[in-house]
Design a protein around this ligand. Structure first.
Ligand SMILES: [Fe+2]
Length: 556
């Protein structure tokens, strides 16, 4: 539109105020901001939840080659701040897709294109992939810092994961559980879209429910449907597409009243060589009148039976289970895992096995299900601290906070609930799954100002371990390999590592045996090997952009 029209100029002189109003309202419209949250990826489809802050028409175009988009969706008309779920179907399995969105204001002529985004359909068996885990974002209270969260999200995007999971306490719905309004719950859920939208256009997002989501059984029955549980479920489903049983995913088959439908709260799927099982430990309790504790905490028999069948029927090489935490209450990993429905023992001193009395007709405690069906790792959040424990060959892995700018909230509060490998800091967990091994890394996040001393770098690896034989078959990118000298080799009692690039780079050094078991983990350049038996080992060095594996011999 041009402003040379004499009639328009005249109108401007007479109705200056009106003109300014029109100018702001029609001509100089603000840009339309959008967020795309991918979810429910399968072997042939994916769901894109698309939301704009204005009334917009949009469509997606997509294909299997970058910048080439032979397929196009219908054109959708969205209402401001109201997501629309767009399903892309008839996709090829085990394939990366590239897409972009084109959008225009309702009534406008020209479309604007987003940058190109991408996603991957279900990996085939034997196809390596990466996924990431974050937990306890807490942006709704002072524990969660927005700038910090953005760093953790960017670090996850840099890992190029096929998907990410949040282990819960995302939305913080339960801080005023009996007075919170639907409008407040709307805001709490909507507030995360701009953050997640920064990466989830290319990283499908799974929600694992935490206690602070408020979707708990003991709220469900209070003056329905106007209670925390029901309204929180409705708003969570409104903004975030989680899986439901559809032939690709299994999970909760309940259809709940009050417009909830399927609660999309627990679910399982396979991806590459791994089975993924996400539990909800809050929606079904034995005593619905109060917060559960001890034996009154339960998955509920339907979810327990589904978990049992899911584990027993899976032939995946690796099995991962996720929940916000082991019980509805309590701290810690392997200590908690021995108790109540999870381990079968009473809580007083953990010596009285009481499962048959407390769960008549149930096959076995959950931890025993894990043992009998080869679960490799149980991932949990809730304690705000990275902690790595092993019980009966099952790894119990607690995730750090995603947005703690003090880097020590969980370490100070909850580390004493764990028996091994608790590490402070903030960040996410990266899991790389290959046919021969699983590698788990704790990726620390740092705000730029907190790296000025040189003691830490954003993205540094704080802790790593493997399941399987990564050290033998792990790939090394020669471009990233730094020059390193390890001597003496063979070593008798001490190994020394020298780096050509001997700066303040933080490096994690591990010595592993032939089956991937870690015998030493340190950041030191001098390693005592007196306690390691004679033999051939693999020394790995991980830094930000390098992964080095060297064969060493110990001969006392
Ligand atoms: Fe929690």
């Amino acid at each position: 539109m041009r402003y040379t029209n004499q009639k328009f100029k005249s109108a401007f002189q007479r109705y200056k105020i009106v003109f300014l109003f029109i100018f702001n309202g029609i001509i100089s419209v603000r840009a339309q901001t959008n967020s795309i949250i991918l979810g429910r990826p399968t072997d042939h489809s994916i769901t894109a939840s698309v939301m704009f802050d204005q009334n917009v028409q949009f469509y997606l175009e997509y294909g299997t080659k970058s910048s080439v988009y032979p397929s196009t969706t219908s054109t959708f008309t969205s209402i401001a701040n109201t997501p629309i779920e767009v399903s892309l179907s008839n996709l090829e399995a085990n394939t990366r897709y590239y897409y972009r969105m084109l959008y225009r204001l309702v009534g406008s002529n020209n479309y604007t294109a987003t940058p190109e985004y991408s996603f991957h359909t279900q990996r085939a068996v034997n196809s390596p992939f990466t996924f990431t885990i974050e937990a306890d974002e807490h942006l709704y209270d002072k524990k969660g810092v927005k700038n910090m969260y953005n760093v953790t999200l960017a670090n996850q995007a840099a890992d190029k994961p096929d998907f990410m999971l949040s282990l819960g306490d995302i939305f913080g719905d339960d801080h005023q559980p009996f007075s919170i309004t639907s409008g407040a719950l709307d805001s709490l859920h909507r507030d995360y879209r701009p953050f997640l939208g920064n990466i989830c256009h290319s990283v499908p997002f799974y929600v694992c429910l935490g206690n602070h989501e408020g979707e708990n059984d003991y709220y469900y029955g209070i003056t329905p449907p106007n209670n925390l549980c029901i309204m929180a479920t409705q708003w969570r489903k409104f903004y975030y597409p989680n899986p439901y049983p559809d032939g690709f995913y299994t999970g909760n088959t309940d259809i709940e009243p009050y417009g909830i439908g399927n609660p999309e709260n627990y679910y399982a799927w396979t991806w590459g060589d791994a089975l993924f099982v996400v539990l909800d430990v809050y929606r079904d309790q034995c005593d619905t009148s109060a917060k559960p504790g001890g034996w009154s905490w339960t998955l509920g028999f339907p979810q327990y039976n589904w978990l049992k069948n899911t584990l027993e029927s899976s032939n995946s090489k690796y099995k991962f289970v996720f929940a916000h935490h082991i019980r509805g209450q309590g701290r810690g990993g392997v200590t908690n895992a021995k108790l109540y429905e999870w381990g079968g023992y009473d809580g007083q001193n953990g010596t009285n096995y009481n499962f048959p009395n407390k769960r008549p007709g149930w096959a076995k405690p959950i931890h025993q299900l894990f043992i009998d069906n080869g679960v490799n790792i149980f991932f949990q959040g809730h304690d705000h601290v990275f902690a790595h424990e092993v019980l009966d060959n099952i790894t119990y892995q607690s995730a750090p906070m995603a947005a703690d700018s003090t880097y020590e909230i969980g370490m100070l509060a909850n580390a004493d609930a764990y028996v091994s490998d608790t590490i402070n800091g903030t960040g996410h967990i990266r899991v790389n799954v290959t046919p021969s091994c699983v590698k788990v890394d704790y990726i620390r996040a740092y705000l730029p100002a907190d790296t000025l001393s040189g003691a830490h770098r954003n993205g540094e690896i704080a802790f790593s371990y493997t399941i399987g034989t990564c050290a033998v078959t792990g790939t090394i990118d020669p471009k990233n390999e730094e020059i390193v000298n390890i001597f003496p080799n063979p070593a008798k009692d001490k190994l020394t590592i020298q780096y050509a690039n001997d700066t303040n780079i933080s490096r994690l050094v591990r010595i592993q045996n032939a089956v991937g078991q870690t015998l030493v983990q340190t950041q030191s350049q001098t390693i005592d090997v007196n306690h390691i038996p004679d033999g051939i080992y693999f020394l790995t060095i991980d830094a930000d952009n390098s992964h080095i594996v060297k064969k060493i011999v110990i001969n006392h």
